[in-house]
Structures are given as C-alpha cells and as structure tokens.
Design a protein around this ligand. Structure first.
Ligand code: SAH
Ligand code: SF4
Ligand code: F3S
Length: 456
C-alpha cells in the first residue's frame, strides 16, 4: 500500500490527548504527508479518543462510523484509532469496525511511524500492550506558535473508584529532567513564549525516576529524591520562555514546598488547577481520593497565603453513587467557599472496569442532571465575582491569536489564565506580552485596552 498523501487528525479529551495528537501529527509530517482540514479529503484519518465519560466514548463511534462508510467507496483510506478508547477496547474495535487499520493506545503515540509501516505492509495492527514510552525524536506539529505543551509525566498510579484513566494510560512514567529541559530550550529558541507542563497528577512527578536521571542536576542539592518542585527550579531559567504553567495537580501531592516555589519563581503563572471532586468526606473516601475537605481547604489557604491573587480552578463530579442531597450541598459549599475562577463539572458516568460502576447505589439521570445544573449556576456566579477583581486593573496578556469573532481584536490570557480581548493587530502583537487595562468584565473572559506593547 502506498503512503497516503494527506491526513486529518481529530482530537477528543484532555490536554494530554492534544499533546499526543500534536506529536502524532509531527510523525505524519515527517513521513511526507500533509495535514488537511476536511476529513473527507484525507487519505488517512486518525481519531485520538477519550473515554472519561460515556458520552465522550459514544461520540467517537459516531465519527468513526462515518469514515468507515467512506472507506467502502475509498478502499485506500487508512483509518486509525488512537488514545483512550483504543486502549480500553483494543481488538474488540476491529470486530466493531472492521474497516480500521490501526488501533493504538496512548503509550504508543510516539511509535505511530513504525505502526503505520506495518499497516502499509498490509496488516491490521493493534498496539495496546504496556510499553516504556520512548523519548520523542520527531518534532510535534504544534497548533499554536506561542504556547506549547510539554509532557513531564505519563500515566496515573491512583485508584479513584470512578476513573478509567489508570487503566487506559498505564502506570506513571516520569520523563528525565534533562529531556524536558532540552525540549523547553528548543521551544524557547523557536519563539514559544509559554509552556504548560503536563501530567495527570503532575505533582507526583519524579517518584519513579532512577537516581541516574538527575545526578547531573544539582538543584536538589544532591538529594536522593527528585520531585516536581526540583523540576520547576531546574527548568525555570530556560531562555525565551516567559511563562510556565502546569496541570493537573492532585491535592495529595500539592505540598507547601511546591506552593512556595511557585510564589518565588516569577515565570510560573499564578494559576493552579487542583481538582477536589467532592466536598463531602464520606464521598471522598468512596471515591478513594485520599484527602478530606479540610485538607483541601488547607491547600487553598496555603496558596492564598503565599499568593493572595492566585487564580484557582478545579474539577468536580456530581451524582457519584450514593450521593445524598446533603452531600451534594457540601460540594456546593466548597465551591462557594473557595470561590473558584473556573470549575469543570461533570455528572458521574459509570465506566467499564471501574469499581464504582458496579455499585448498586447509582443515582438516576434526572437527579444527576438537576445537581449539575445547580452547581453550574453557582460556578458562573463565583466566576463572575472573581472576575470583578480585574476591573480597572492592568494585566499582562500574552497575545495568542486574533479574536475569531472580531478581526480588529486580538486575544490572549492573563497570568491567572483569564481569556482577554483587546483591540490590536495580530501581525504586530502575536507572541507579545502586552499590558492591558481591563474595561469589561464577564464571568470567564475580559476585554481591555492596550497600554503599550512590550517586546519580549
Ligand atoms: N488526574 C486528574 C483528573 C483527570 S480526569 C485528577 O485526579 O484530578 C479529568 C476529570 O474528569 C476528573 O477530574 C473528574 O472530575 C472527571 N471524571 C473522571 N472520571 C469520571 C467519571 N467516571 N464520571 C464523571 N466525571 C469523571
Ligand atoms: Fe483518574 Fe484519580 Fe488518576 Fe485523576 S488521580 S486520573 S481522577 S484515577
Ligand atoms: Fe480522556 Fe484519556 Fe484524557 S480518557 S480525559 S483523553 S486521559
């Protein structure tokens, strides 16, 4: 089979998947293919999939169905399913969609080239066995020219009773600090201004590293252990990179030492994404989260003690099995007390192979929907309140793009991650950090006026 000429990648799910997609697109570029916007013009279609909730999984099947049909008229179409649904379903997918050429789990993203060679040799390939993730040798095809993701730890060693991630992403694998720094230096040289370091539980970074991985890095003072705080200190001075963000933080590993370091390092943005999932201690225990609401409040207080203005966001689940109205109100209470800048909310969805999915105390969809709506309402109220503090302030905005709805405006983010629009020419301002006086406030975004562009 000939190598396809062009390809189309569709990404579902979290930032981890988006980062994987960029790396896989890099591999396809390297093989001489070109990216096209219209999937129906592509010779190779790759779905990078998510299975965190049932609706995410179902979406994949409907997309896939359309391309499988197209393949009946275009037999040389190469169909690839990657990511978390691929890992979860494995070979079963070939029975469900026989038109598929390649099923590959997230740990195999960097091996896309090899796997495709096998496909072009005429094989139908399934790659879902656990592997040691190879260091990346191809260049990712990054969607943005200003901001970039850099993986620091893959996988998850937690056992939250509702979650598929550990079974689809495998055990934690921390990348070596020197490899992370090298990738960041390269990005700095290419003109990227902001880097988001990625991991399911990024603050668990380093636990699995052998000593040889950090023996040349003296920031941790010859300690026998290496953690995310050490990594931040080690990469902080990378030239050209003006801002560093990271996600996601697990409350169990979010230490005061890390918080203090974030406060001290000027390039680290003062925005923290620390999911709490539920405000009720009994439910937190059933969820197997390993902390209490009091411990969670303590983390938030510590963040605010060091950085009073820090933006804080989180994830929460409503309608977990057995959740009573009172317990749900505890989640509302945490939401209100913390006053999140942003909260990702979701109704609990039973996932295959997870303990909570087979518990008998499942709630009905109506109760879940009702709670979700009430929580979302509170979230926008809190966000609107939090936004108010920006009124009249001067915020540093890193310009990423044109406002798609108004070509006279550009858009970017404040240090605290609020999306901000202001009048300006994208050709002149892209990648610049601009002081912007905030004139209009909305719950999740702001509008302002540029004072003067600062070249960085
Ligand atoms: N590692 C991160 C989150 C990864 S998954 C953490 O532990 O916080 C992203 C979010 O999806 C979770 O924070 C949770 O809020 C949500 N989620 C995970 N499993 C879910 C399920 N079965 N039903 C509904 N939401 C779920
Ligand atoms: Fe899922 Fe829990 Fe791991 Fe987060 S920490 S990815 S919620 S198992
Ligand atoms: Fe979805 Fe996999 Fe991320 S299940 S949320 S794409 S880790």
């Amino acid at each position: 089979m000939a190598v396809p000429r062009n390809y189309h990648v569709v990404t579902f799910g979290c930032q981890m998947n988006k980062a994987d997609s960029e790396r896989m697109a890099g591999v396809l570029d390297n093989m001489g293919m070109t990216s096209v916007d219209d999937p129906n013009q592509a010779d190779l279609v790759l779905y990078n999939t998510c299975t965190i909730r049932d609706n995410a999984e179902q979406k994949v099947y409907s997309y896939l169905g359309r391309q499988a049909k197209r393949k009946q008229h275009k037999p040389d179409l190469t169909l690839v399913i990657a990511g978390c649904v691929a890992q979860q379903e494995g070979e079963k997918l070939l029975r469900r969609v026989p038109e598929l050429d390649l099923v590959m789990g997230p740990q195999h993203a960097n091996r896309l080239g090899d796997l495709l060679e096998q496909v072009f040799d005429g094989n139908q390939v399934v790659a879902t066995e656990p592997v040691h993730i190879m260091e990346d040798i191809t260049k990712p095809r990054r969607d943005s020219k200003v901001t970039a993701w850099v993986n620091v730890i893959y996988g998850c060693n937690e056992k939250c009773s509702y979650c598929v991630v550990p079974s689809v992403r495998g055990l934690e694998q921390s990348r070596y600090p020197a490899d992370i720094r090298r990738e960041m230096e390269e990005l700095g040289r290419q003109g990227y201004k902001e880097i988001t370091l990625l991991g399911q539980n990024i603050d668990a970074y380093g636990r699995d590293l052998p000593e040889v991985a950090f023996k040349n890095d003296d920031v941790n003072g010859g300690d026998k252990k290496y953690d995310f705080t050490d990594l931040l200190n080690y990469v902080h001075d990378v030239e050209g990179v003006e801002r560093i963000r990271f996600a996601t933080s697990h409350p169990r590993y979010f230490t005061e030492r890390l918080i203090k370091t974030c406060a001290e390092l000027p390039k680290v943005c003062k925005h923290f994404h620390v999911p709490f999932q539920s405000g009720d201690n009994e439910l937190l225990k059933d969820m197997r989260r390993g902390y209490t609401r009091e411990q969670y409040f303590h983390i938030i207080d510590t963040i605010r003690r060091y950085m009073p203005d820090a933006a804080i966001s989180a994830d929460a689940i409503v309608g977990f099995p057995g959740e009573t109205e009172e317990q749900f109100l505890q989640t509302m209470d945490v939401t209100e007390r913390v006053g999140f800048d942003m909260l990702n909310t979701a109704a609990y969805s039973p996932r295959p192979g997870t303990p909570a999915a087979v518990w008998e105390n499942q709630l009905d969809e109506e109760t879940k929907g009702d709670r979700l709506q009430r929580l979302n309402h509170l979230v926008s109220q809190c966000a609107a309140e939090r936004s108010q503090r920006y009124a009249g302030r001067i915020e540093s905005v890193l310009v990423e793009d044109q406002n798609p709805k108004d070509p006279n405006q550009v858009m970017g983010r404040t240090d605290g991650n609020r999306l901000t629009f202001f009048e300006g020419d994208i050709n002149e301002l892209k990648g610049k950090i601009v002081p912007v006086e905030i004139t209009e406030i909305r719950p999740f975004s702001l509008t302002g006026k540029a004072l003067a562009a600062v070249t960085v």
